[in-house]
Structure formats: C-alpha cells, structure tokens
Design a protein around this ligand. Structure first.
Ligand code: NAD
Length: 478
C-alpha cells in the first residue's frame, strides 16, 4: 500500500474513494499541494497481531489502529469488529473521521480501529480477552489515551466492549485522573453520557429533517417539503439503523422498508419499527414479521423498493454503479460510512437525486462522544451544578409574571417552564444545534460556489479549509 499516494494503488477501493472525493473538492480550495497531501494522507498506520487462547490452542488475531490526522488532539474514532476489516477500510474510516469532526466543529483528529473477527464466533469471555489484549497493544505503542487517541463503538462493538477498554486502560494507568476519558460510548454507570447510544441515529434523523425542510432543494428533486408522510427505507437494524428509523417515525415519516442481512421487508403503509425490532430479537430474523406486505430473501432487493428516502445504515459499498439505476429514492441519507460508490453518486445525481453524505449525516455519534469526553475530563454530569439554580430563577420569573398579569399558569405550564435541563436534554439540544448548523454551513458552501455540485463536495471543501487553517497555525517543527 502506498500510503502517500493511495489513489495510485490497484488494491485500494474505499480509501481510494475517499481520496477521490478529497481530490475533487481540493480543486475548489486555494491550498498548497504539499499541505493538501499532508491533510489527505494517514499519519500513522499501526497493524498488529496478537494471540488469544481458543479451546485447547491459540488463535492469532489481526488488528489495526489508524490515526489519520493530528491537526487536533486527541484523535478519535470507533473500533470495528468484523471479519471483513482490512487496512484499506480502516484507513478510509479514519480519514472520514477527520473530515467528519471538522464538519461538525468537534476538535479532534480522525482515527479508526479494526479487529478482524466475526464476534458471533466467540464467547463473551473470548471477546473480553480480545478487547483487553487489543487495548494493551494500543497502550504499548501510545495509541490510546484521553489526550492521545480515544476509541468509540462502531460496527460490531458497543457499550460492553467500551467498558472493557476503559477498565483495561485505567488498570494499566493507575492514578491517572482522566483515565475514563480514554474511550467514549461507555455505559452511563461507567461515566458514559445520556443520549450517546442513540446519538448517531438521532443525528441522521435530524440531518434528513433539515434537508427536506428546504423548499427550494425539494422542488428541484420533485419532493414536497417536510418529513410528514415521507416514505423511507432503512438498511441495517443495528445501532445506527434502528435509532434512525425510530426517530424518523417519531418525526412523522413512514418507515416502509427495513433490510437486514437475512432479507428485507416492505409495507407501503408503514412498518412499526419497534415491533419489527422485537420480532427480530425473538426469532433472529426480520422475515416472518406479520405486518409486512412483501418479503425479500435477498436484502439488496429491499433497497430497490418504492420510497422517497433511502437510509443505508449497515456497511460501505451498498449502492454501486450496478444497482444505482434501480434505486427509486430521491434522497440517499448515508447513516453508514461509505455506502455509495463515487460512480453511483454521479449517476444518482444525474437521475435527479441528492445525497446527504456520511461525513455529515452520521456525525451525531462523534458529537455526543465529544460531550462524553468533556464530561469525563470535568468529572461532573452536565446540568448537575446549575439545574436547581436555573429552576429557582425560572420560578422567580414565573411568580413575577403571574403577579404582574394576574394570570395564573396551570400546574403543567408551571412545571414545563420552571424545569431545569437534565443531562439528556442538554446533550440532545447540543446535538440538534450541531446537526442544524452544520447542514446549513455545508449548504451555504454549495450555494456560494457554482462549481461545487454535491453536498459531499461542499462538506469536504469546508472540512479541508478548517483542517488547513489548523495545520497552518501549528506550523512545522523542526
Ligand atoms: P451495528 O453492528 O450496530 O449494526 C449494523 C447492522 O447492519 C447489524 O444489525 C447487521 O446485521 C446489519 N447488516 C450487516 N450487513 C448487512 C447487509 N448486507 N444488509 C443489511 N443489513 C446488514 O453497527 P452500527 O454501529 O449501527 O454501524 C453501522 C454503520 O454506521 C457503519 O458503517 C458504521 O461505521 C457507521 N457509524 C456508526 C456509528 C456509531 O455510533 N455506532 C457512528 C457513525 C457511523
């Protein structure tokens, strides 16, 4: 792999695709070619192998951690547990993290980790051994720490794995006050933060709501404004897909299709997301759900059913030159990283659609991970210090207004106005603010530069400009 010129390699696809998008957007910026090269390249690629005990013998596990950019510290990015993980994929995902953080103004560089296993083939105790040993390998090479590199969940990992990482890191660094800030996505009982689990999906739903709220853009692609009644298909019923579908339903959209790796289901009148989720939990499959009007053994057929919006939220490379012509949606909102190939994107726009790109659409997770990291460094939950003070001030104000006007509020009105914000409310409000502002910042770049054709190009132009400023301010030493 030629790290400095990945697009020249034959065997790279995903990282090559990310670099293609970068190169395209870089044309619309004014930066020195060397600086652009520095931004694009992966700074550190750590590939390692370690043994675990399996049965009566050993098994050697392949793993990676890639730190793409150090223009901000720490670097940040999830750890993927999948037998399909490879170096190219981890590099691509690390690069996307850099651009994603820049787009939503989260002050981190990008990183990503990968462990090449299918978690379903291991016992819980083996998974714990793998996770702890992976963490120790990172510690040995200084690839983890609250001010160095902070992992989080990704495909195949969740709160349980983050707990093991936090405990291993804290154990190996006794007395380090900020040790729990070395990883995010932890359970709340282990200094995680309210709202992190659902943050990526909530962010995807807000991103779509913002996009369909712009009348001018909807007119261009032949959709009405607003989410109410919009027909949506979601691929993947994991963390991102499940919560995206749940919040989109809550915002008034109809989830008409759900696709998992065992197949897909469809009902043009809408599916009950929670009921499908429970059905899958009980039977191991979304197929056989009584509320579906159509079933498909091949999950890819599910993507091609009639809808307004398609949310791929499983894995990369799902919409390609081969199937893009059969996609009926007008909007693709990328919950997953890299689900649309560059060729498919060009064809989709040519057919009159638009794409809300991964590096913005799924940035809700890293945004709330940033809040969790801040909470861990400050050692206090959001809202704890000021909530009662806020409530007392609100109460004084309500009493004063009632006194002046002579109008008494109902108990319900009083409670709503007086109540101070909980951690969850503050997190959700910070997340919503970030997603709304970032969407319009990207759209503004698109509108103000006629040569920038897509939201992805616009998002990348914005990211490159912000990262370039950081590198220029840092200077080069020695
Ligand atoms: P997850 O492991 O929780 O869920 C993934 C789901 O996709 C699983 O239910 C799996 O069965 C399903 N799936 C796998 N292959 C499929 C296929 N071919 N068709 C349909 N479904 C399939 O993973 P996740 O955390 O939800 O991550 C999904 C995507 O979102 C990944 O690309 C990840 O990088 C990205 N992402 C995740 C987060 C996060 O906070 N978890 C943040 C940003 C981006």
């Amino acid at each position: 792999m030629n790290i400095n010129n990945p697009t020249a390699d034959q065997d790279t696809h995903f990282f090559g695709d990310v670099c293609k998008n970068f190169d395209h957007a870089a044309q619309f910026t004014q930066h020195d070619a060397g600086l652009l090269d520095q931004i694009k390249s992966c700074n550190s690629v750590y590939r390692f192998r370690f043994p675990i005990r399996k049965g009566n013998g050993f098994e050697v596990i392949d793993a990676w951690r890639v730190e793409h950019s150090h223009h901000q510290s720490p670097t940040k990015g999830g750890i993927r547990y999948s037998e399909m993980v490879n170096e190219d994929e981890v590099m691509a995902l690390a690069a996307l993290m850099t651009y994603k953080c820049a787009i939503v103004n989260v002050p981190f560089g990008g990183a990503k980790g990968g462990i090449k296993i299918n978690p379903k083939n291991y016992t819980v105790s083996e998974l714990e051994n793998i996770t702890r040993r992976y963490t120790v390998e990172l510690i040995k090479k200084n690839f983890i720490g609250p001010s160095i590199d902070v992992p989080a969940p990704d495909y195949g990992s969740g709160e349980r794995e983050m707990s093991w990482i936090a405990d291993t890191y804290a154990t190996m660094n006794p007395g380090q006050l900020d040790a729990l800030g070395a990883v995010t996505g932890k359970p709340i009982a282990l200094h995680g933060i309210a709202g992190r689990r659902e943050a990526t999906g909530r962010g995807v739903a807000i991103a779509i709501r913002e996009c369909v709220g712009v009348a001018e853009d909807m007119q261009k692609i032949g959709l009405t404004t607003g989410l109410s009644g919009k027909k949506i298909i979601v691929q993947g019923l994991g963390n991102v897909g499940y919560y995206s579908a749940k919040f989109l339903s809550e915002f008034g959209a109809l989830i008409v299709g759900l696709c998992e790796f065992e197949g897909a289901i469809y009902n043009e009148d809408g599916l009950d997301v929670e009921a499908v989720f429970q059905h899958r939990k009980a039977t191991g499959s979304i197929l056989g759900y009584a509320g579906a009007k159509k079933e498909f053994k091949n999950t890819m057929d599910g993507l091609e059913q009639p809808c307004d919006i398609l949310v791929p939220a499983a894995l990369e490379n799902q919409i390609t030159a081969q199937n893009v012509g059969s996609i009926k949606a007008k909007i693709i909102a990328e919950g997953a990283n890299g689900p649309t190939s560059p060729e498919a994107e060009a064809a989709f726009y040519k057919n009159g659609g638009m794409i809300i790109p991964d590096m913005y659409a799924n940035a809700g997770g890293v945004t709330v991970s940033y809040f969790e990291w801040l909470k861990n460094l400050s050692h206090v939950a959001f809202g704890r210090i000021n909530r009662r003070f806020e409530e007392n001030s609100n109460l004084n104000l309500v009493n004063m207004v009632e006194g002046i006007t002579g109008v008494a509020l109902t108990p319900m009105q009083r409670t709503t106005i007086v109540k101070g914000a909980s951690e969850l409310e503050l997190v959700n409000s910070g997340l919503e603010d970030t997603m709304i502002r970032s969407y319009h910042e990207i759209r503004e770049i698109l509108k103000s530069n006629p040569k920038v054709e897509t939201l992805r190009n616009a998002a990348m132009v914005g990211a490159i400009n912000k990262i370039a400023v950081s590198y220029m301010n840092l200077g080069v030493w020695p």
